[in-house]
Design a protein around this ligand. Structure first.
Ligand code: IVH
Length: 665
């Protein structure tokens, strides 16, 4: 039982990690996410024999995307443990006291900013790089976009500037800017963004700098990575130092002793945080002394010297008037709570997701119940619990439908999944969903082809599948509601442009079971064309990193289906010309079959980085110098390996020569 729940929780968390970190499109609130993680951590603790090394509880989420250079942080960028409970918070403070053998440890309490983590490297006071957290070890180089943030200091001014320092902080967007952008998008009939954090995360990862320039991002700095030499001894002094160097810093922090002082600071912070410049979702408490931080150390995921206390999301009580069932693009039936409208976190909420039948049964939610709903970070509101005291005695459990509410065909529960599905592919709700998905930003990115337009196209019988999008004419579009010459022309233009979208966008857009954006990218890289993927064998599919047996089978069954094949043929007949990613032919790559050994300290690169560059270009890296070694890549303080290479007559490269070889190829 525990094993099953652990597997299910790991899967759910991995999915939500990807939605949050990579796609910046979370589907559940932070609170719900943290609840899942907590349940998993508790189960893992109670069942240590089931292992947790590979568990999401032991990892930092990964935000890295295609199209960005990876950069290795000089000091890893870890995450924070968090809690919503005062007791756990106090237990943390006391645990630290015990470990340090001190009665009353000095702490700093500061706001937890709800933005996108960034690490800025300054060399001799000059900004050289801005990198996202990535997987904590390597992040994406977003310097070009970060330089568009007005407040970001290009240079540190003043005394005591280290030779090199990684300053960490959060990029965020103010609510007013978020509202401005969404209002503009709404007026153009475009999809609106869910919340300022997601919009900030999406913006720092845009390749189109002119669009980044149009959106105003802000930054606040509070954290320390690698620093040489270290001119301060504690976190509180570091805040002051940052301010003196001219960096944008937290408006307020508290220097406190022991748990009582810390808790008071948290209460004060909660009272004043609405007036801060940035969105906050909690407080972070850190051991003030850097040497004490060092002696406490870290786990693989987070430091032992800090914890985040998260403020509970806003909740409200309201009447559950009815339960309706939504049918998604893959036929999955999702129960939705239809609520008596209630004010929550500044907006009116009238619907909340109930996830699936299992979840509904777990919460025993019935039409006519009073329920508590919650909204954190302005994401889709969630139903937290039923107020059972107020339950009407005559209430009955909700009967999950036996047929699809959209097409009345029978539904079935897929083995091993919690969801019910409608299996009728001509189901109007599925068609609506799959067309919207195809046109969405994470797929073909066809501007102007959103929910309302798809609805009209379907009801007028202008499209019956995704390929029909490519036979739409100006005359048909101009006839649609709210369409004028300009919008019709823009849509025709957007559709035409999408014909030459990147291959992974098309693969993602097709809606192949199990294939999300990440798998689509892996597949595009491995096969280079839809045709090659169509002909792929199960063995070759499972050989691809990131493609498991389930995904491989999903792909095989998708392409063996005749209706799918017809639609794909139609897409190509109607001019689809997806762009294959650049693939390095390993046999012809610059380092094809060359064996490298790396030694010493390289001036600008980490060894790991050099290793990936060698491997990405066809070479191999070995640990020791022998006759088989082709090159020794040597940095400063290279010792015995350099001697041996010289003895054996192995070619020795310094970093510059190595980079030269790569770039001149
Ligand atoms: S300290 C070793 N301080 O929250 C990790 N993090 O949930 C040290 N965050 O990754 C992080 N405000 O991106 C720290 N005042 C603050 C913060 C803060 C926001 C973010 C940060 C971190 C995440 C963890």
């Amino acid at each position: 039982m525990s094993q099953q729940r652990i597997t299910s929780l790991r899967k759910q968390i991995a999915k939500h990690d990807e939605l949050y970190h990579r796609d910046a499109k979370p589907q559940i609130s932070d609170f719900e996410y943290d609840r899942l993680k907590r349940e998993l951590a508790d189960l893992e603790e109670a069942n240590p024999e089931l292992g947790f090394e590979e568990s999401p509880t032991n990892k930092v989420g990964d935000d890295r995307l295609e199209g960005f250079e990876s950069y290795t942080h000089a000091a890893p960028m870890k995450s924070l443990d968090n809690t919503y409970s005062e007791e756990e918070f106090i237990a943390f403070v006391e645990r630290v006291g015990k470990s340090l053998e001190q009665e009353s440890v000095s702490f700093v309490v500061e706001p937890k900013i709800d933005g996108v983590a960034v690490s800025l490297t300054y060399e001799h006071g000059k900004l050289v790089r801005a990198v996202t957290r990535g997987n904590g070890i390597q992040g994406d180089d977003i310097t070009a976009n970060a330089l568009l943030i007005e407040e970001l200091p290009r240079k540190l001014a003043g005394e005591g500037i280290p030779d090199v320092i990684e300053i960490r902080g959060e990029i965020f967007m103010r609510n007013e800017e978020f509202d401005r952008i969404n209002a503009e998008r709404e007026s153009k009939g475009l999809e609106v963004y869910a919340n300022p954090r997601n919009l900030a995360a999406g913006t720092v990862k845009m390749l189109d700098r002119s669009e980044v320039r149009r959106r105003k991002l802000n930054i606040v700095l509070y954290g320390l990575g690698h620093c040489e030499p270290l001119p301060f001894e504690c976190q509180s002094r570091y805040h002051e130092q940052l301010k003196e160097w001219g960096a944008p810093v937290v408006e307020r922090y508290w220097k406190v002793n022991g748990s009582e002082g810390a808790w008071k600071a948290i209460e004060q912070l909660d009272e004043m945080r609405e007036g801060f410049n940035y969105p906050t979702d909690g407080a972070v408490i850190k051991v003030d002394s850097l040497s004490e931080q060092d002696s406490l150390g870290s786990t693989a995921k987070s430091p032992r010297w800090a914890i985040a206390y998260k403020f509970a999301a806003e909740q409200a009580e309201t009447l559950l008037e009815a339960i309706s069932i939504q049918v998604g693009r893959t036929g999955v039936l999702t129960p939705v709570a239809e609520l008596r409208p209630v004010q929550l976190a500044g907006t009116t909420v009238s619907r909340a997701t109930l996830h699936n039948q299992e979840e509904m049964q777990r919460k025993d939610v019935r039409p006519g119940d009073w329920v508590v709903v919650e909204k954190a970070g302005e994401i889709i509101p969630a139903m937290v619990r039923v107020v059972t005291d107020k339950r009407n005695e005559t209430s009955k459990p909700f009967e999950f439908p036996q047929t699809c509410p959209s097409c009345s065909q029978p539904i079935s529960k897929i083995e091993g999944e919690v969801a019910h599905r409608c299996l009728n592919r001509a189901c109007p709700a599925q068609l609506q969903g799959s067309l919207e998905h195809f046109a969405s930003r994470q797929c073909m990115d066809i501007e102007g082809l959103g929910e309302a337009v798809v609805e009209q196209l379907l009801s007028r019988g202008l499209v019956a599948n995704i390929a029909d999008i490519y036979k739409l004419t100006y005359d048909e579009l101009i006839d649609l509601e709210k369409f004028a010459a300009k919008s019709a022309l823009n849509l025709i233009d957007g559709i035409d442009k999408s014909r030459s979208a990147e291959l992974w966008r098309l693969l993602h857009g097709l809606g192949i079971p199990q294939v999300g954006a990440t798998a689509a990218k892996d597949l595009a890289k491995a096969y280079g064309s839809v045709q090659a993927l169509r002909e792929a064998s199960l063995e070759s599919l499972v050989a691809i990193d990131g493609v498991g047996e389930k995904t491989a089978k999903g792909i095989m069954s998708y392409f063996s289906d005749e209706a799918n094949s017809e639609v794909i043929d139609l897409l190509f007949e109607r001019g689809m010309k997806p762009q294959a990613p650049e693939v390095i032919n390993m046999a012809e790559a610059v380092f094809a079959d060359k064996v490298f050994v790396i030694t010493g300290t390289l001036p600008t690169m980490k060894r790991d980085q050099a290793k990936s560059m060698i491997e990405e270009n066809g070479g191999k890296v070995s640990g020791s110098v022998s006759k088989k070694t082709d090159y020794l890549l040597a940095g400063e303080s290279a010792g015995s390996k350099l001697e041996k290479a010289n003895k054996l007559g192995v070619a020795v490269l310094d970093e510059a020569a190595f980079l030269e070889m790569l770039s001149s190829y």
